[in-house]
Design a protein around this ligand. Sequence first.
Ligand code: C2O
Ligand code: CU
Ligand code: CU
Length: 490
Amino acid sequence: MLNRRNMLAVGALTLGGAMGVKGLLFGDRTAFSAVNQRVIGSAAHVHGVRPARIGAAPAVAPFSVRMPVPPVLRPMASTADADIYRIDIRPANIEILPGVSTPVFTYGGQLVGPTIRARTGRRVMIRYGNGLDRPTNVHLHGGHVEADNDGHPMEVIQPGRARWYNYPNRQQGATLWYHDHSHHTEAENVYRGLHGFYLVDDDSERSLRLPQGEYDVPIMLRDALFDADGGMVFGGNPAERGTMLANGKPQPYFPVAARKYRFRLLNSATERTFLLNLGGAEMTQIASDGGLLPAPVPRTEIRLSSAERVEVVVDFSRYPVGTQLVLSDGVTPLLRFDVVRRAVDFSRVPDRLRPLPVPPPATVMREVTLGFDMAGAPVGLVNGKTFDPNRVDFQVRRGTTEIWNITNKDSEFGFTHNFHMHLVQFQVLDRDGRSPSPDDAGRKDTVLVPPGTSVRVQATFADYLGRYVYHCHFLEHSSLGMMAQMEIVP
Ligand code: C2O
Ligand code: CU
Ligand code: CU
């Protein structure tokens, strides 16, 4: 395991010493590179990943491959109140770019892991075997789970070992996802493929008659940088990861019927914010991180930072067969929907979805700051301190409702951060004292925090005791220590 001293040494080597970093006051891109150079430097030392052969990756014309839908995993056994699964974590060579084989890390041999379909109130147990040559663990992002099963950064599965994770699913329907959370290596491991969907189905949603079955499609959006051999290049400037993947394929197309679809969009890029649009066409937002909104909201543009989810219904019945609609990030195409046939549609989007719970009044206020120490090699800080697994940063009494004011202190360098809390879903109260943006609506577990701004969130810390982390979910930043932990106490 990396310790802080050799990380600093690697950082200093990579960056040419502390002076080099201090000199990097040229704005965003250079500073981002500096931060990420340090991550790549340390990663290469620890893991000895095959060196990248720098050069242009084989070019792929947009919309030349079809977007797959990750298969739903079948339980290996089921009991009256639980489903039992097995997933092997292993390296694999996958065809991402047509005709090119790319070495990746996988859940079950797929770049987008198998989808787990859980049900509210029904337990899921998963045995994960680690077939990688490095430690890994599994965190259920957005899951309300016991501390022991949360995938704490220091609780890893050694190579050749296995462990069970136990998820009670005592939470309402939502689009969750699972990913690696090993300390210092989460950015690289997630980047190399350790991510998958975990959908909680809620029987109470059934009566709403939203699109379901094959018309309920999870879509994982992320970026990657490929070298001349088709290998995935980790590190460097995330802004230069120029290949956009939807469900693991580069700018694919997806044939649809002229009817309504429910799309569950996840940004699994380790450090990117998408500005999603459908060329001006309407997307009806029905849910965010923690499940359904109180009412549908028409959107034409949606901001989605790393780890955030948004669910939209798109009604293709407005378009004649033959129409093509492109989902883009700004002007960069991500995915093209091709309307290829007509279809009957008994689904609908009701005016009311699910009321937000009225939270009890908050009794504790806390300040949280996010920022880098750029004095030497960049160090990620929360409230001025880098992550220390032996330190508890906040003690929270179980059952308490709290308001956290999260401030991004990096206005000088222009670093964007976001903020994710384990264990809970929160509600966004305001941004710099003004109303939150439409992107903040509903129950959230991850929220964007632009440079120099603050956002206030309110959460109730129910049920479980123990230690949980909170962190910036730009994983290059949490890898550098922009993470802290709370302990829920009786
Ligand atoms: Cu997506 Cu700490 O997790
Ligand atoms: Cu999480
Ligand atoms: Cu950050």
